[in-house]
Design a protein around this ligand. Structure first.
Ligand SMILES: [Zn+2]
Length: 364
């Protein structure tokens, strides 16, 4: 851990605590000795941080051809802080999670620049910063609101955990091997068709990984909110739903960043498409992972969706570009059918007994 500690000296306190926390979380989740149910496969997965200081995460076969490796780039924390600071410049963003306006009266005049509509989004790239969408490179000040700051810390933490769980889902579902196979097949195609072929086949795997990681993050949030409680407890329902909504805000911000920064072989669906798929997936029968027991899956999904709709609304309010799609049930059904076809072509590795059933809809 020598190198990451040296690197950390140039990062802010928030980023350091988040990514050290993530490192511990990944190790505990895979190899911890608590009573959480773990797949046998977890024993041959190692997880760590890659130090490119860019946005992203990755799952691959281990270096010696054995096992699997998952890496999350701590640059993700920096990018998340950049984007969350700017999204929160919109007075409506996370309004429910700010102190009451009256209690901030003493800070009047110190709230920093109001929403200008011309903020740029910095992107870390190969040791330099690129500014997207024009406007001012300055970061707006966050309101000196302890409640909002506390919630932003949670949003970053849950978003990083989602990224890790998304990569873990790629491993446990056999996507690592499938992706390698697709890339090999693509070499036989003319250059112009290669990108289309890969996007067509890899995007459904992203949706699958999203759906699995969403379930597991939802379970974790239930467990965090419940603490030592073992039985379903309706009195913490509000807390769980609030944190799911905040996590949804982080997921929305992450999906938008990945869409905007795509183009380096990531093949990420657009933020709208990912949200539409998750909405459609919510209607399919499924077995919930252990822990997801203090709110129903439906109300949990609604809370997450409210959160990522909030993030998308704040993004649009800043005037930033993205690919927009109409949220329709029909599009969701089409995506589900496409993802089902992709899932049928994937074989999970031995020892990966996924706790949720295959993605199939109830047939009349
Ligand atoms: Zn992925």
């Amino acid at each position: 851990m020598h190198e990451p500690q040296q690197q950390a000296a140039s990062l802010g306190q928030e980023e350091v605590s988040n990514w050290v926390g993530l490192s511990r979380f990944m190790e505990q989740h895979l190899h911890g000795t608590d009573d959480m149910a773990r797949l046998t496969l977890y024993g041959c997965i190692s997880a760590g941080l890659k130090m490119k200081l860019q946005l992203g995460s990755h799952a691959a076969i281990g270096r010696d051809g054995k096992g699997y490796a998952i890496a999350v780039d701590p640059g993700t924390t920096i990018q998340l802080n950049y984007v969350l600071t700017r999204l929160c410049a919109h007075p409506d963003a996370l309004a429910k999670f700010r102190s009451k306006p009256g209690s901030l009266a003493r800070f009047r005049g110190k709230l920093g620049p109001r929403l200008t509509g011309s903020l740029s989004l910095p992107r870390l790239m190969n040791g330099r910063v690129e500014l997207l969408f024009g406007g001012s490179p300055e970061a707006p000040s966050l309101p000196p609101d302890p409640k909002l700051r506390h919630h932003l810390g949670g949003i970053v933490l849950f978003t990083l955990q989602f990224m890790f769980l998304h990569e873990l889902a790629h491993v446990t579902s056999g996507h690592v091997e499938r992706s390698a196979q697709l890339r090999r097949e693509s070499h036989a195609l003319p250059r112009a068709q290669r990108e289309v072929f890969l996007r067509e086949h890899l995007e459904p795997l992203e949706h699958l990984a999203d759906s699995i990681s969403m379930l597991h993050l939802g379970a974790l949030i239930n467990v965090y909110a419940a603490g030592a409680r073992r039985q379903p407890d309706p009195t913490i329902r509000g807390d769980v739903l609030d944190w799911l909504r905040l996590a949804g805000f982080g997921l929305g911000a992450l999906f938008l960043l990945l869409e905007t920064f795509d183009g380096e072989g990531g093949y990420h669906p657009t933020a709208d498409t990912r949200a539409i798929f998750l909405r459609a997936y919510a209607t399919t029968p499924k077995t919930m992972p252990p822990g997801f027991e203090h709110v129903s899956f439906d109300e949990g999904t609604d809370a997450l969706e409210l959160g990522y709709r909030d993030a998308i609304a704040a993004w649009d309010a800043l005037g930033w570009q993205r690919n927009k799609a109409t949220w329709s049930t029909m599009l969701g059904e089409q995506l589900l059918a496409k993802v089902e076809r992709a899932q049928a072509q994937v074989t999970p590795p031995p020892c990966a007994v996924f706790p949720s059933p295959p993605l199939t809809r109830a047939r009349p």
